[in-house]
Write a protein of this length. Structure first.
Length: 134
């Protein structure tokens, strides 16, 4: 019995030592991973800080531009609205021109098809020519 207890004790001791080694390995790996993640987090935080500083600088410059603008903020906004309205009118004009071109092409296409249909059905072209199509 004493021998069995000694074997059990030795086995438990070996398992405990093995577990201790594994624990140290895991502890080292987790510390390594934590350091990597901390470095990434610090880098992301620095990038975020830099972007926020850039946005704040842009906002400050815009605020100063508006303050220095003739007529103040209302004048600035009014001129910007006029500018946007002009752009919208220009784009609307371009779209209207494209639409006009489309309808002209559609009318020409339909007129050609109408003449083709007349010739097919009557054997006469639109000028009254009685010759049959080839």
């Amino acid at each position: 019995m004493e021998h069995l207890l000694k074997d059990l004790s030795d086995t438990a001791k070996a398992a405990l030592e093995k577990a201790g080694v594994k624990f140290e390995e895991l502890k080292h790996l987790s510390a390594q991973k934590f350091a990597e993640l901390s470095e990434k987090a610090e880098k992301m935080a620095a990038e975020g800080k830099e972007e926020a500083a850039e946005a704040a600088a842009e906002l400050k410059a815009l605020r100063e531009k508006i303050a220095a603008y003739e007529g103040g903020a209302l004048g600035y906004l009014s001129d910007k609205a006029k500018e946007l309205m002009g752009d919208a009118k220009e784009e609307a004009g371009e779209l209207a021109e494209k639409g006009k071109d489309f309808w002209e092409k559609a009318k020409d296409y339909v007129a050609d098809k109408k003449d083709d249909a007349r010739e097919f059905l009557t054997g006469k072209d639109k000028d009254g020519d009685d010759s049959t199509p080839a």
